[in-house]
Write a protein that binds this ligand. Sequence first.
Ligand code: DQA
Length: 140
Amino acid sequence: MLSGPNLDQLGVRDPSVYGLTTLDEHVERVRAAAAPLGLSVRHIQSNFEGDLIEAIHDARGRSAAIVINAGALTHTSWALTDALAIFPGVKVEVHLSNPAAREPFRHVSTLAGVVHGTIAGFGGLSYDLALAAVVELLAD
Ligand code: DQA
């Protein structure tokens, strides 16, 4: 799991959009759901684009899948997009909110073309649905 800028502020950040659940709570919920399926979850959050790019490089050969909520970098980062394109495993883009229903700058995802799919708009459930997608795609 990769989390981009400002997602460390979940719980205090705009609760009407993102809810009150903290990022750690989302990660622990996914981890608990993944464990009985034989999947372990490593999570990295950074407010710095380069850290996320290096985490994606580092995932090659050690992680079967990447679930990424890149925050606002979703809408701007061709460098993150290029890094994800190199990763050979399963890739799922996640958003708590539904960017398509928000401000116009959020309507574009640079990542969308290099991931298997995108899950957005379901709050914390987006992460649970992403795990379900990973499980299905890995089974394929
Ligand atoms: C977000 C949506 C992005 O537009 C925003 O910049 C975020 C969070 C989401 O999870 O809904 O930081 O990725």
